[in-house]
Design a binder for this molecule. Structure first.
Ligand SMILES: Nc1ncnc2c1ncn2[C@@H]1O[C@H](COP(=O)(O)OP(=O)(O)O)[C@@H](O)[C@H]1O
Ligand SMILES: [Mg+2]
Length: 358
């Protein structure tokens, strides 16, 4: 299929802020977004088309597929079956295979290993006995993670060789006897970084510059674009991201999270969607990541990922939104709120971009 014309409709699985910002960025391209989600959210405040249904409601999915020209998603926990049902009727971009790879840590790490991309050492674990063997093989500090459904540090615990496997297992997953987990060696990184990269339907690849990310309580606090690294590290990061997105035969925007240890880069995880560490591009790049995602999934040419100055993006969590009047009074501060009514602690309410020349 070729490029979608103005007036075409992108189907979006999920009603969160990433879907909202994609819909807002798609509008100037003449593209509409139709949200499919179990409940209303930040995205449905800015879209007129909304199917409220469960992700396993196959009748609703079929009607949705018939009402849109392409389907994408704003979070990676879309059930694989949902993507397959839709893909039988309408293009799904990124495709179901890329989604399946990125939504399961062991599949993702196996894919990266086969590609020769450096990661932390890791062991797939499905039972307490396998965990006992993996902790033994680890020989030191590690992080035990559920293979699926983790985010913002949820679904993971710090562990070390010598810990009681049964106690660790129960702490992470409770009483269930089997669960897909991944044990990772602890990476003594100096900094965390990421590359947000896009690939078009025509195969063109456009990585944004490497950025540095600071987390607080496992939640992204601040992104600085560009990262303060050597040109060699910056270009190696772009090359890694490019290899990954090509090997996934991916169409859309992909987040590649990295650990930096000296000049060494390790891939931490992949996010098959626009990424929080790419929000700086809304004000600090020629083409923002959400427009880029809309362009890619619509089969349109990618825009330039070039920076316009240097940008610091700061997340507004919980009652950080109390600072909104002050932020609006600050010259050059670009505010992006997600329209969430309730400011619970740790909840992502919005972010602010500050761009300086350079
Ligand atoms: N193997 C590791 N070594 C050191 N720190 C880690 C490791 N894995 C995760 N972390 C820390 O935990 C954070 C969250 O882990 P991540 O795998 O990215 O899960 P999430 O899906 O919650 O983002 C990372 O950004 C990093 O700070
Ligand atoms: Mg992460």
């Amino acid at each position: 299929m070729s490029a979608l014309p103005p007036g075409a409709v992108i189907g979006m699985l999920g009603s969160g802020q990433l879907g909202r910002m994609t819909a807002l960025a798609a509008a100037p391209l003449g593209l509409e977004v139709h949200v499919f989600a179990p409940s209303a959210g930040p995205a449905t405040q800015v879209t007129s088309r909304f199917t409220q249904a469960a992700y396993d409601d196959e009748e609703a999915l079929a009607r949705f597929a018939d009402a849109v020209d392409v389907v994408t998603y704003e979070f990676e926990n879309v059930p694989a079956r949902t993507a397959e049902v839709l893909a039988a009727r309408v293009p799904v971009r990124p495709g179901p295979h890329a989604l399946a790879t990125c939504q399961h840590r062991a599949r993702e790490k196996g894919f990266l290993r086969d590609l020769g991309v450096p990661t932390a050492p890791w062991w797939p674990v499905a039972t307490v006995d396998e965990l006992a063997a993996a902790l033994e093989a680890l020989g030191g500090q590690g992080v035990l993670k559920t293979a699926e459904l983790g985010y913002d540090g949820k679904g993971q615990v710090r562990v070390a060789t010598g810990d009681d496997p049964q106690a660790v297992w129960t702490r992470l997953v409770g009483a269930v006897p089997r669960r897909d987990l991944v044990l990772e060696g602890f990476v003594h990184f100096e900094r965390e970084a990421s590359v947000v990269v896009a690939r078009g339907l025509d195969g063109a690849v456009a990585p944004y510059d490497l950025v540095e990310n600071e987390h607080r309580d496992h939640i992204l606090h601040r992104t600085t674009a560009p990262a303060d690294v050597s040109a060699a590290v910056a270009s190696e990061a772009a090359a890694l991201a490019t290899r990954i997105i090509v090997a996934l035969d991916y169409v859309g925007v992909l987040g590649v999270e990295l650990f930096l240890a000296g000049d060494a880069l390790f891939v931490n995880e992949l996010a098959p969607r626009p990424h929080n560490s790419g929000h700086w591009t809304q004000d600090g790049a020629v083409t923002c990541q959400f427009e880029q995602h809309a362009r890619a999934v619509a089969g349109l040419p990618l825009g330039s990922p070039a920076r316009r100055g240097r940008t610091v993006m700061t997340n507004l969590l919980g009652d950080d939104v109390d600072a909104v009047p002050a932020l609006l009074a600050e010259p050059g501060a670009h505010l992006h709120l997600y329209g969430k009514a309730e400011a619970r602690p740790g909840r992502k309410m919005g972010h602010v971009n500050r761009v300086t020349p350079g």
